[in-house]
Design a protein around this ligand. Structure first.
Ligand code: SF4
Ligand code: MG
Length: 329
């Protein structure tokens, strides 16, 4: 069966006064129906930009974009604005980090959910209202019929994020893109929101892309993880494999620098040294080389000069190299 979403060699560039920002630089991945893929990286790694481009939400006049993004047979990069608008909120939906900016303060949450259903499904007002209550109930809002008449500011942060998920779910999408959906929330609420995404995926077969800077967060939620650095995928694999034995030094660094919801809380965190690269003038060869502690194991100038390729891990280290602190230069 062909994947639900297939991204091939996606490149997203923003021309600015001093040059061209290469926000996404040759990203490829597939997503199957019902799969939960986590895309992980520091801020500025291109993970959000890539997803906005998938949805056609980038500023088309000021962005250069190449590659192929095929969603269930439709090439999204070639699709008209009208076609994209029909897909968004219906078959593909998105939830963002900050529900307050995504929700209208002037309408009740029930109205906002119903409005999406009416627009895409042509449902009557009564039907749409009924559907709004149904999804509010599904995402765990207590007293959904009453709460449907409340405004966004009357909800807590976690409940507001549930409202966003309700809007995203109202048309029963095939693909849900969640961009840092829990960043603003405290840890317990984060775990609840992730559990909810997992339930939705299992119950409705919705594929989910979870965009996050927090590798610890994906441990219990995702099937696969794709680690991005400088607009590229540096490692992709099952969550189990990447968390247990990361093969790319950057993945290892991310893992060592983030707390794990499921792990040893007493473990000391090691920050990754150095700064994320400039996307205006990215390093030559392997973009991670200025920060990498393993270049000596590769030897010579290879890391500086030769861009590593490889679908699962983009690194010149010989396969099977153990990434431990003791190997460091
Ligand atoms: Fe480090 Fe070289 Fe691998 Fe890049 S290619 S991650 S610099 S060892
Ligand atoms: Mg982002």
């Amino acid at each position: 069966m062909s994947p639900l979403l297939s991204v091939r060699d996606l490149r997203v560039r923003f021309p600015v006064r001093d040059g061209v920002v290469k926000a996404v630089d040759g990203l490829s991945f597939d997503l199957d129906r019902g799969q939960l893929l986590a895309i992980v990286g520091e801020s500025g790694s291109g993970k959000s930009v890539a997803n906005l481009a998938v949805l056609g939400l980038h500023d088309r006049r000021r962005t250069e974009i190449d590659g192929e993004v095929v969603f269930d047979g439709t090439d999204l990069l070639a699709a008209s604005e009208r076609r994209l608008a029909r897909l968004r909120g219906d078959r593909i939906s998105m939830i963002f980090q900050d529900p307050l900016t995504a929700l209208s303060p002037y309408h009740t949450v029930g109205e906002q959910i119903a409005e999406s259903y009416r627009r895409h499904r042509g449902a009557s007002r009564a039907k749409a209202r009924q559907r709004a209550v149904e999804v509010l109930d599904r995402v765990g809002i207590p007293h959904p019929r009453l709460r449907a008449t409340d405004y966004p500011h009357q909800f807590s942060g976690g409940m507001r994020q549930r409202v966003m998920i309700a809007i995203a779910l109202v048309c029963d999408p095939d693909l849900l893109i969640a961009d840092e959906p829990t960043t603003a929330l405290d840890v317990t609420v984060q775990a609840q929101i992730l559990d909810l995404l997992g339930e939705i995926r299992r119950e409705y077969g919705t594929a989910v892309i979870l965009v996050t800077h927090d590798l610890g967060l994906v441990a219990t939620a995702a099937d696969e993880v794709l680690v991005m650095y400088a607009g590229r995928c540096v490692e992709r694999g099952t969550v189990r494999a990447v968390l247990k034995s990361p093969r790319h030094p950057y993945s290892r660094g991310l893992l060592a620098s983030t707390p794990r919801l499921d792990g040893d809380v007493t473990r000391a965190l090691e920050p990754i040294e150095g700064q994320p690269p400039s996307l205006l003038d990215p390093p030559t060869g392997c973009p991670f080389h200025p920060r990498c502690a393993y270049t000596a194991l590769v030897g010579g100038e290879r890391c500086r000069n030769e861009r590593p390729t490889g679908r699962d891990v983009a690194c010149h280290l010989p396969p099977g190299t153990r990434l431990d602190a003791k190997d460091r230069r």
